[in-house]
Design a protein around this ligand. Structure first.
Ligand code: ADP
Length: 525
């Protein structure tokens, strides 16, 4: 019988039980234990003992007798026999399965060239000999038997470690946050992990067997198609190092995104490429952050430099001894200095606000609030400040009470009104309207100004985003106001949005939960 043929199925423990159990039977043993060597088997994952028809309660008795009562087998004497003491035989006779009266314990060293695999201890009737031990004065047949058993056990170990390795690789492949795809030598996809599915929108079953270039449609950062010569996997096949190369790939819906790819190649023994592996990391967010950083620096430096230049210009004029100004001229310069100082102050305040939002430290003091007088108050103040704008108020009576932080909501409204004025250079009519739904109260600010394109509407609530036309850039602002408004409104459990058409005007609205909705009683079912 070939031991290694026994090992096609089952886990390591099962396979070892089959092997050592068969060995005990072949050696005419009735029961036994295989004491595993820690050198050969990982003690963490492998059982220390493989029991064959031996009750676990007998195991300590047998081990005790082995340790204190007899020689151990070694490489020159691989089988040691010992007649059992009556006590152990008595114990054995309690075991339902094994009833031995005159028994001997045999200990067989199982080893091969690579080392010791363990010792097989088994019990059998006194005087019985298996066919492997019949040659007097020679243990050659027994050694062959042990060699077969060791080969079987080694093969079980190997197959188990392959299975474990396969499991580990499968877990890495499945749970990796990076997209991983593998291709055959003809660049056809053979694996496509879940991260790759999330990234591209393709399901693995749809892409298996397809040419990977057709699926990813890679382009360089300028948007030029990467021909086959630019294929990262082909380059890896050709022995080139492809590590963290940035490119653009397309998702199933055509949307493009920035990725960083690393390609590697698995070769056959002769060196020919067998498989290619592509690791794909989405770097869109990193790109956005880079852009955000550079926008931040350009916006902030512009926003700081302008008022500082104005303040410095006026201040140095006023400081000159030869400057002769009448009272009005003097006042207008001082007012300008004050306004620019306010602008600087507001910018610094907004920056601090934005960094608090980012750190998650925005605290709200929510109380039941009647929004009508608040809106009226803000509008009144605005009209006093900008008398050439007319604001129409559309507030229905008995507007429901909302849960809100008065100061913060005033800031939101103030910001929206400031923007409506800033971005309406010619049309001077604004409307502030309030309405109620079953769950919330909605406040809207409408202007007939420059409007915002659909594309920009998606981004204007992001930090530092300013619409890229000349009007926006000649208008002071750091692109923080709407970001702050959104953070405040969302901290109330509300939403903020814009409806706008280019050159027609914009309506910014935000919602706040009605007081009874904000404090829903807990329902226990
Ligand atoms: P800021 O006004 O300081 O630049 P905001 O965050 O308040 O920053 O606004 C972001 C951008 O949204 C502005 O730069 C502007 O381009 C656009 N925007 C905001 N409100 C309006 C509006 N009422 N009409 C047209 N564009 C607007």
């Amino acid at each position: 019988m070939s031991w290694s043929q026994t090992l096609q199925t089952g886990n390591l423990h099962d396979q070892m039980t089959i092997l050592t159990g068969s060995a005990i039977r072949l050696l005419l043993g009735e029961a036994g234990v295989f004491v595993v060597s820690n050198e050969a088997f990982d003690p963490q994952s492998s059982p220390e003992y493989i029991l064959y028809r031996l009750s676990p309660s007998l195991l300590p008795v047998l081990l005790e007798s082995i340790q204190h009562n007899g020689r151990q087998p070694n490489s020159s004497c691989i089988l040691v026999r010992k007649v059992l003491s009556p006590m152990l035989v008595d114990d054995l006779s309690d075991n339902e399965e094994v009833r031995l009266q005159d028994a001997e314990r045999c200990s067989l060293l199982v080893h091969d060239n690579a080392g010791v695999l363990g010792v097989l201890h088994f019990l059998r009737p006194l005087g019985v000999r298996s066919c492997f031990e019949q040659e007097v004065g020679s243990d050659g047949t027994l050694r062959l038997f042990v060699a077969q058993l060791a080969a079987g056990l080694r093969s079980a170990l190997k197959s188990q470690s392959l299975v474990n390795e396969q499991r580990r690789l499968a877990a890495i492949f499945q749970h990796s946050m990076e997209g991983i795809l593998t291709v055959d030598s003809a660049l056809r996809i053979i694996d496509f992990n879940p991260a790759m599915e999330r990234l591209t929108g393709w399901h693995e079953s749809e892409v298996l067997g397809r040419f990977y270039h057709d699926v990813l449609r890679p382009k360089d950062r300028q948007g030029n198609e990467l021909g086959l010569q630019g294929s990262p996997i082909l380059q890896a096949f050709a022995g080139q190092n492809v590590v963290n190369r940035e490119m653009v790939i397309s998702a199933r819906d055509g949307q493009r995104f920035d990725v960083s790819v690393t390609a590697s190649c698995i070769r056959l023994d002769k060196g020919e490429p067998m498989n290619g592996i592509l690791n794909v990391r989405d770097i869109t967010r990193e790109r956005e952050q880079e852009e955000e950083r550079s926008t931040f620096i350009s916006v902030i430096s512009h926003e700081l430099q302008t008022p500082i230049a104005i303040i410095k210009g006026y201040a140095s004029t006023l400081a000159r001894t030869d400057t002769l100004l009448d009272a009005d001229a003097l006042r207008s310069r001082l007012v300008a200095i004050e306004e620019e100082a306010d602008r600087l102050n507001k910018l610094v305040g907004n920056l601090l606000y934005a960094s608090r939002i980012q750190a998650g430290g925005l605290q709200m003091d929510l109380v039941p609030l009647d929004i009508s007088p608040l809106v009226q108050g803000v509008v009144r103040r605005l009209q006093a400040k900008s008398p050439d704008f007319s604001v129409m108020l559309d507030i229905p009576p008995n507007l429901p009470i909302v849960m809100a932080d008065r100061d913060r909501i005033e800031e939101v409204l103030q910001n929206l009104l400031d923007n409506a004025i800033k971005y309406s250079p010619r049309q001077r009519n604004l409307t502030v309207a309030c309405s109620a739904t079953g769950d919330e109260v909605i406040v809207s600010v409408s202007d007939s100004g420059m409007g915002i394109s659909l594309r920009d509407q998606e981004h204007i609530f992001n930090r530092f985003h300013r619409v890229g036309n000349s009007m926006a850039h000649s208008t002071p602002g750091a692109g923080l106001g709407l970001y702050i408004c959104r953070a405040i409104v969302e901290a109330h459990g509300g939403q903020i949005w814009v409806e706008s058409s280019l050159h027609q005007g914009s309506t910014f609205s935000f919602s706040l939960p009605r007081v009874e909705k904000a404090f829903l009683p807990m329902v226990v079912f």
